[in-house]
Design a protein around this ligand. Structure first.
Ligand SMILES: Nc1nc2c(ncn2[C@@H]2O[C@H](COP(=O)(O)OP(=O)(O)OP(=O)(O)O)[C@@H](O)[C@H]2O)c(=O)[nH]1
Ligand SMILES: [Mg+2]
Ligand SMILES: [Zn+2]
Length: 352
């Protein structure tokens, strides 16, 4: 199989030049498991581990390989694991704040052409959460598509209303409703997948991401499980993995995410809330926070109904959250550095 069929292109060719050494080959990460990786090169899918030197040189978790990454590997004829020596810079990525109290970046997947943001009609449908996913895709330079699954659970009239709601807010984002049960929209979904391109399914647990993949493949290749009526439940998909479909496109399945914290992302937020950005240029103060300053065009637009109140509130919420996380992240990095300096000087004084 040619590497180009796995998505290798000029960008990766250029950016891997410095990393490639004699005996190294390019491979794409298809799954990440504790400590090990599955990578695919032109010959096969093989098991790989991090070369010691590379592991020690990696300064943060985001520098380690994630699903979708292009890596330089050294294969051993003896059948032992291949060694990963480097990650090629990512063209696009999906990244969030590590769940829980820790403020750090967590890579979800990389080098994706289109992210399918999946929400189920009914229990799971939530416009504010949709905004979060859109910011995440925007931040990583990935084109989003909104996929509404389980269309069979609501009457057709209501489905139209839900689609309208999404379109009103995100006029430029494409949206498709489907049902894995009745087959509605599956033909259209299949037609979106282009050979050599990489897609990712994102969304809460139980919305039908894996079922959709199984429908595409035509058999139950991956595990799915029924969820309770509230949608709360255990995650069925346990790891992220990249699958090669018969038509030559690649699809990354991910476990449902309960927390989607923002870190970084200021510009991505502005980009996602395009109607707010449009007005913010007319605010009296260039650094207007749109929270009560005189001459704020955004507040004015909200009062006149041009900008929806829900969107405005969600915008502020995401801005505040990102800012808060960014500050703690910066503080943490500074502390790490200070700590590093402290260790160095302590060592030095021991030697003296
Ligand atoms: N009614 C209906 N049920 C569906 C549809 N798609 C999936 N389901 C059901 O929803 C449940 C969860 O589906 P999964 O495919 O496991 O969901 P998932 O998004 O992969 O969940 P995680 O792997 O936990 O993130 C299963 O019982 C499916 O049969 C659909 O279009 N309509
Ligand atoms: Mg799943
Ligand atoms: Zn303003």
């Amino acid at each position: 199989m040619e590497l180009t069929a796995l998505g290798f292109d000029d960008f990766f060719e250029q950016h891997s030049a410095d990393l490639l050494q004699p005996g190294y080959t390019m491979a794409r990460v298809t799954a990440v498991d504790r400590g090990g990786f599955l990578v695919r090169n032109q010959d096969a899918e093989i098991y790989a581990e991090l070369a010691g030197k590379f592991r020690f040189a990696a300064k943060a978790a985001i520098h380690l390989p994630c699903v979708g990454d292009w890596v330089c590997v050294q294969c051993h004829g003896s059948g032992g694991p291949a060694m990963v020596h480097g990650v090629v810079p990512r063209k696009t990525f999906l990244c969030r704040k590590t769940p829980g109290k820790t403020v750090d970046f967590q890579m979800i997947a990389s080098n994706i052409d289109v992210a399918f943001i999946v929400q189920a009609c009914g229990f799971d449908f939530n416009l504010a959460r949709l905004d979060r996913y859109l910011v995440m895709a925007n931040e990583g330079a990935i084109e989003p598509w909104i996929i509404l699954t389980k269309a069979d659970l609501i009457p057709p009239g209501q489905l139209d209303e839900v689609m309208m709601q999404v379109k009103r807010i995100n006029p430029s984002t494409r949206i498709l409703a489907l049902s894995n049960l009745t087959g509605l929209g599956l033909q259209e979904f299949r037609a979106l997948l282009v050979p050599g391109k990489t897609y990712c399914l994102l969304g809460s647990s139980g919305v039908g991401k894996t079922t959709l993949i199984n429908r595409l493949i035509g058999r139950d290749a991956l595990d799915t499980r029924a969820v309770s009526g509230t949608g709360e439940g255990v995650h069925t998909t346990a790891r992220r993995q990249l699958l090669l479909l018969d038509n030559g496109s690649m699809l990354i399945d991910t476990p449902g995410m309960r927390e989607l914290g923002l870190l970084g992302g200021g510009e991505a937020i502005d980009g996602t809330f395009a109607e707010i950005r449009e007005h913010s240029g007319e605010c009296r103060f260039a650094n207007c926070t749109h929270t009560g300053e005189p001459g704020c065009a955004v507040l004015l637009a909200m009062e006149s109904g041009t900008v929806s109140k829900d969107r405005y509130q969600n915008y502020l919420k995401l801005k505040n959250e990102a800012e808060y996380h960014n500050l703690s992240y910066a503080g943490k990095r500074k502390k790490d550095r200070d700590f590093g300096r402290f260790i160095k000087s302590a060592k030095k004084s021991l030697k003296e």
